[in-house]
Design a protein around this ligand. Structure first.
Ligand code: FAD
Length: 501
């Protein structure tokens, strides 16, 4: 008897129905379950709820009669409705909660995960050999490049260097409001989107679910066809400019040359292999410079794969890591994405981008939003949940290492060698956000003290014993002793409390 194959909402590309390598047979009936309780459990960004539902319904429309699309209160109920106790297969889900659910159901056979370059076994064997002094992205990335023959010339990295990061940290060009990259791909909404919007309105009106953020026209691909068009547009028009200003921020140009591919990648609509292969082909054809292509390949074949494997490797307890003992709750203006309540221009700009689109690039996430929360000692688990709910590309596996480890240093350095935070000078150098701001990046105290500059010193002070012992932070910590205005700065920070800066 052919078993039904179940597709989760982030398993929407062709790789999840391919029969090769132990996948479901080509004629296996398919099942998709739209579970309402997912949206009740968390207060998601509405654009994210829209994107996920739209993408699931687009996939169901493509699959036609082959799929049963079940709307249910929970996965359990949906499965019971669709197949009763009959046996079902599913590719390994991407979250621990979903993995625990499918193994608890009794009638579900779990097939290996799909949608990544590196298998669980390959990562485990790499970590066993290299993990003794602590796992590091750079080593893992070189392993992936070698083993998967990405951007390699024989046994050597193409162009002679593994890492072109130092070419990719340019501030924005002086005096420009926009980088001038060709616009990213924008999908056109269709009847399925109209139906999704209608359903979300109805659920909200009934008080069944509640969302945050704006659900403007959909900005991210919801089908394989749209995802391929977005990839093509990026590689042909935007990849060449990706590298140099990867870390820059411009108020009027949120996307710069970033790919905006995280959402379709995380929905399973694109496979990472096709993204990096097309980027490499563009370099080999002389259509994009190596620093841009290497930077992009590093993000996908390096960071994305690394984060996926660390999620499983670090274990269930990782989500509760709190090495800095940060316990402050998130203030309501933050939770509500109330960008208008914020005066500091960098923070209001980042929060506005999240409110309006559910997306910002990696530097506003790390060096503005994450850094602000770290400096104020906010609870890392609550912050992880906020990122998960508020970003269109947020999923448990990708949020945990990025927020708990990378952004909040809550894992005490398993993921990074030092906490990522800075004063306003970094934001000023890398953006056009400080010029018109009411606060001054070079001021620590007083009416116009930059909340990031004051927050940075206050954070170092709070953790000086820990950070003094880290070679990468010992220097700044010793700088604290030269700050005559430290008591005033600390008083001011205390008085600010959790008010929006
Ligand atoms: P690009 O800059 O064009 O990069 C290309 C691709 O590389 C991305 O699409 C993404 O798939 C991958 N990538 C790059 N960095 C990472 C990373 N650190 N982890 C995983 N993949 C990466 N990414 C998510 O996909 N989902 C998240 O929920 C998420 N949360 C983050 C939270 C914080 C605090 C930080 C610092 C980073 C987070 N990232 C997350 C990583 C990164 O910020 C986004 O992947 C990226 O900004 C998405 O925009 P893009 O597609 O234009 O990326």
């Amino acid at each position: 008897m052919i078993r039904t194959h179940w597709l989760f909402g982030d398993q929407l590309g062709p790789v999840f129905t391919a029969a090769d390598d132990g996948g479901p047979p080509a004629d296996a009936p398919l099942l998709m379950i739209e579970s309402r309780s997912v949206f009740r459990r968390r207060r998601f960004h509405r654009a994210k709820a829209h994107l996920v539902l739209s993408a699931m319904r687009h996939r169901a429309a493509e699959l036609g009669d082959r799929v049963s699309y079940v709307k249910a209160d929970s996965y359990r109920e949906g499965l019971r409705k669709a197949v009763g106790r009959k046996p079902v297969t599913v590719h390994h889900p991407t979250s621990r909660a979903a993995a625990a659910l499918v193994t608890s159901l009794g009638n579900v056979t779990v097939l290996p995960p799909r949608g990544f370059l590196v298998s669980r076994e390959e990562f485990a064997s790499w970590a066993d050999t290299h993990g003794h002094g602590g796992l590091r992205l750079e080593q893992f990335y070189r392993h992936v490049r070698r083993e998967h023959d990405l951007l390699m010339d024989g046994g050597e990295p193409a162009g002679g260097r593994w890492n072109l990061d130092h070419d990719n940290r340019e501030p924005p060009p002086q005096g420009v409001r926009k980088l001038g990259a060709p616009a990213p791909y924008r999908p056109r909404e269709d009847d399925i989107d109209a139906e999704v919007r209608h359903d979300l309105d109805r659920w909200e009106r009934a008080g069944d679910v509640s969302f945050v953020g704006r659900d403007g026209p959909r900005r991210f691909p919801a089908s394989r066809r749209e995802a391929l068009a977005a990839l093509r547009r990026f590689v042909e028009y935007r990849l060449a400019g990706f590298g140099a200003h990867e870390d820059a921020m411009l108020a009027a140009d949120p996307a710069l040359s970033h790919s905006l591919l995280s959402a379709p990648l995380n929905l399973g609509l694109l496979h990472p292999a096709e993204c990096v292969e097309r980027a490499e082909a563009a370099w080999r054809a002389g259509e994009a410079p190596l620093n841009s292509v290497e930077g992009f390949v590093r993000q996908i074949a390096g960071w994305r794969e690394y984060v996926w494997h660390l999620y499983w490797y670090f274990g269930e307890e990782y989500r509760r890591s709190n090495a800095l003992r940060h316990t402050a709750p998130l203030p309501s203006w933050w939770d509500e994405l109330d960008a208008d309540a914020v005066t500091a221009r960098c923070l209001s700009t980042a929060l506005r981008q999240v409110r309006d689109t559910g997306w910002t690039h990696h530097i506003p996430r790390l060096m503005v939003l994450g850094s602000y929360a770290l400096q104020r000692g906010w609870d890392p688990e609550a912050l992880t949940d906020w990122f998960h709910r508020s970003f269109v590309d947020g999923y448990d596996w990708v949020m945990l290492p990025n927020v708990v480890g990378m952004s909040q240093y809550a894992d005490g350095g398993r993921m990074t060698t030092k906490p990522y935070t800075s004063g306003g000078a970094y934001i000023d150098r890398m953006s056009d956000l400080c010029g018109d701001c009411r606060y001054r990046p070079d001021r620590r105290v007083g009416e116009d003290a930059c909340p990031f500059t004051a927050g940075y010193w206050s954070f170092l002070h709070r953790h000086r014993d820990l950070l003094r012992g880290n070679v990468r932070t010992a220097g700044p910590v010793s700088g604290l002793d030269r700050l005559r205005d430290l008591p005033e700065l600390l008083r001011q920070e205390h008085d600010r409390g959790d008010r929006a800066p």
